[in-house]
Design a binder for this molecule. Structure first.
Ligand SMILES: Nc1ncnc2c1ncn2[C@@H]1O[C@H](COP(=O)(O)OP(=O)(O)OP(=O)(O)O)[C@@H](O)[C@H]1O
Ligand SMILES: [Mg+2]
Length: 414
């Protein structure tokens, strides 16, 4: 959606005024008389070329240029570089620049549903645009997702979102981001869910590279707990990937549950992450069960260990062919410290044939109890948090990392 962000300039005396659209992936120069960009001819305090504005992945970054003489004020301070949020402004000389968002779909929704106060845009993904908002009914912060209209127009997708919402709304679990509401208003499909403020696994790996092996086991165990809670209610995640495993104070939560994006749609999307789709989901007939989620967990785990997805590449046909083929990359090729047991656990999860994968969450957790994996996996009976501890602590009592309840580490006979 181009032209979605608009920069509004207004001089203190209100004589100078314009509104300019910002385009995704583009940078623009703002100055009194830039060679190419947004001109503010009325303000002598603004240099010929003063700041650069860039819109990337739904975020607006402002950078003061070397040619700028006077200060740029943002949140009351003179700054050289900052992120400008929707509704905020910055000032140069006697002119104020405000960032506004014009998302027609969002406007339509907010008019029809008088419940959410949008604070800022969080980003855009293959299924829709996501905003941080305040839910006035519960006074809780929520992630408000407005689905892409083309996707919302597909009856199987729309029906699944609306039908599953009834079950999802009742699930309260440490490893699941709570769904608050999913509905259709004025033809706009949307969902509001718990706002999870931490980093996603995708972001963690993008920022720091492969995660410590023990941490990958902790995260995998927490994902399994979430999948178990879904399976207990007959639900399959169907959209498990690094971007949908997000942390809240160290506890990993599953987001975007049941959003069964059609494989063809993902393959077309610029954000496409076909690599986490199991072979049985590729044909789009929806024959998914818990084992499909276990497959995706194997791929997420591979990504955490190696820092790259198991089937990288931009060509969706080549990625789909690699997913359907029987052979799988061995994480040991990419991580020298990954042991054979851990590698086998991940490879078993990623098996092309669902019958060759572990058949239940309990099966995987059992494998993870093997001290030779990378340590011992313990699960807190009080809060459900799972994490790994060193096998040296076998038989001892340790505090739960989440709720501090005492936990007995299983005794392991060497
Ligand atoms: N519940 C949430 N809490 C906090 N941030 C969220 C939440 N859901 C999404 N986001 C943020 O919104 C942005 C877009 O997320 P979105 O879910 O649309 O994309 P995705 O996860 O890549 O794909 P998918 O649509 O398949 O889930 C991301 O930056 C993500 O971190
Ligand atoms: Mg998501």
């Amino acid at each position: 959606m181009s032209g979605e962000f608009v920069l509004v300039a207004r001089s203190a005396d209100h004589w100078g005024h314009w509104e300019m659209p910002l385009k995704e992936g583009r940078s623009v120069i703002l100055g009194r008389q830039p060679r190419d960009g947004f001109a503010v001819p009325w303000d002598a305090k603004i240099s010929r070329e003063h700041v650069q504005l860039s819109l990337r992945a739904g975020r607006v970054h402002v950078q003061k240029l070397k040619s700028a003489r006077n200060a740029v004020y943002h949140r009351g301070k003179s700054v050289g570089r900052f992120e400008l949020e929707v509704g905020e402004s910055f000032r140069i000389g006697g002119t104020r620049f405000e960032l506004r968002q014009v998302d027609p779909l969002l406007q339509k929704l907010l008019k029809a549903v008088d419940r959410f106060v949008v604070k800022k845009k969080l980003g855009v993904g293959p299924s829709g645009h996501v905003y941080a908002a305040l839910d006035r009914e519960t006074s809780l912060p929520v992630a408000l997702k407005v689905f892409h209209p083309e996707l919302a127009a597909q009856p199987p997708f729309r029906k699944r979102v609306l039908l599953q919402a009834k079950t999802l709304r009742d699930i309260e679990h440490a490893n699941i981001a709570r769904l608050i509401l999913a509905d259709m208003a004025e033809g706009v499909l949307f969902q509001a869910s718990e706002l999870v403020p931490g980093k996603s696994v995708a972001r963690m790996v993008q920022e720091k590279g492969p995660l410590p092996l023990r941490r990958t086991v902790e995260i995998a165990a927490q994902v399994l707990r979430g999948l178990e809670a879904l399976a207990a209610r007959g639900l399959v995640h169907r959209n498990l990937k690094p971007a949908n495993v997000v942390s809240r104070v160290g506890t990993m939560k599953l987001t975007d549950i049941g959003l069964d994006l059609p494989a063809g749609w993902v393959a077309r999307s610029e954000h496409g992450e076909l690599t986490y789709f199991p072979p049985e989901q590729l044909d789009g007939r929806g024959r998914c069960d818990l084992r499909s989620d276990l497959y995706a967990l194997g791929c997420v785990w591979f990504y955490m260990i190696t820092g790259q997805p198991p089937f990288p590449g931009d060509d969706p046909r080549a990625v789909a062919a690699a997913i359907r083929a029987a052979s799988r990359p061995d994480p040991r090729q990419f991580h020298p410290k990954c042991g054979p047991r851990l590698a086998q656990c991940v490879l078993d999860l990623m098996a092309a044939d669902p019958d060759h994968r572990p058949q239940s969450v309990a099966d995987v957790l059992e494998t993870m109890r093997d001290p030779a994996l990378v340590g011992l996996s313990v699960v807190c009976k009080n809060c459900g948090t799972a994490f790994a501890v060193s096998s040296k602590l076998s038989g001892r009592t340790v505090p739960c990392k989440e709720c501090s309840s005492p936990l007995r580490v299983p005794v392991v006979l060497e």
